[in-house]
Design a protein around this ligand. Sequence first.
Ligand code: SDX
Length: 436
Amino acid sequence: MKEYARLIIGGKELRLPVITGTEGEKAVDIRALRKETGYITYDPGFANTGSCKSKITFMDGEKGILRHRGIPIEQLAEKSSFVETSFLLINGHLPLRKELTRTSIMLNDQSMVHEDMKIFFSNFPRLSHPMGILSAMVNALRSFYPEIIHTEEDFEKVFIRLLSKVRTLAALSFKISRGHKVIYPRADYTYCANFLNMMFDSPVNPYLLDKDVVKALNTFWILHADHEQNCSTSAVKTVGSARANIYASISAGIAALWGPLHGGANQAVIEMLTQIHEKGAGIKEAVEKAKNKRSSFRLMGFGHRVYKTYDPRAKIMKKVCDKVLPKLRINDPLLDIAKALEEVALSDSYFVEKNLYPNVDFYSGILLRAMNIPTNMFPVMFAIGRLPGWIAQWKEHMDDREQKITRPRQIYTGLNQSAYVPMAKREAPAVEVPEE
Ligand code: SDX
């Protein structure tokens, strides 16, 4: 039976339809609100506002549930590969064997980037952050591939190109930033193995693939693959809603993800743990500082807009760290500090009462360090993982007939009408200085 919300406002009663999702989530459809009442809603950060209907990812922040196309993240992390999960997110179903094989072959076919792009890299200042470079380079891809997406085949060609070339661009930027010989992708390597080889192979020291590291990288990217309407995905869809091309939309997503409150947090976590380790700043001091309202310091990797319990991805990431680091004979003191920090924070009423738990970024950097990924590339690793989610969400948005160009309203709190003042009359009135 149809459900309605009754709103009594401005002396009128309005019946607003209620939308119910397949998992029982409910939303009040306020599309008629302003026309019927002249009122708008006010919701900074859109914490209580649904921007769309979506079939891609379901999150229950209170129960710590994350599912992609209905499949729990725990099952995908354990049994799937990043390419298979990307296919699932974008195409809406798990691939048949022949579909997966075809996708892998297309990814390898598209793994090279135009040689001219190497010149772009060398023109960035040496200390440029890899996220700034990546965002610019993804935008630049449009110059090499200006085709407009008209058909599903066009779209498949573009998403394969993005998934494959963004990974190559990331490895390329790493090598060029160090003045090392660029390593090209190999047709006989899988997606993740190719990335590791492009990053760490060298003419004098051939990179030996470790299956545990390849599996860990698949898991790492699966855990980052999509997360419904987060900040960077919303940026991708906002830019896409103006019918800007997909490369510009993804470039905007990379830019948003760069922020330390979002995907940049994985880098900030390691910098925080390193500071505690090196300066002996002390775990309790860090927790106290994070609680101090006068300090802008936050416990990086803690808290989440949606999860008000342990981020299921953080649980898996922590388990992967516990498994992979010993296998690689790595004893990272930062892992012990992270665990101790988690223990102290989760026994502190400030964090418990505010439902602040570790999120995906809290342990992810420990795993990336074990893979020898440089810290400033951590947000890039997040971006490569999130790419299939951005692409899937962008396509769903483009195909959604209910969607329009993103254009929120506001409540104006500035000056009421005033008038233009000629320059001569603008000078501050001369201040009478008493004769000495
Ligand atoms: C990601 O949205 C997504 O899904 C994002 C993501 C994805 O996969 O796309 O999951 C990836 O971005 C994970 C989050 C990574 N960021 C960090 O780890 C940075 C540290 N965390 C915070 O800055 C914060 O928790 C946010 C940004 C993640 C969430 O911010 P909200 O939802 O706006 O929460 P808030 O700022 O309103 O905080 C609520 C309260 C505040 O205190 P009061 O004003 O109520 O007294 O909790 C406090 C905050 O001060 N708080 C923290 C804290 N996080 C929130 N206090 C100390 N340390 C923290 N980390």
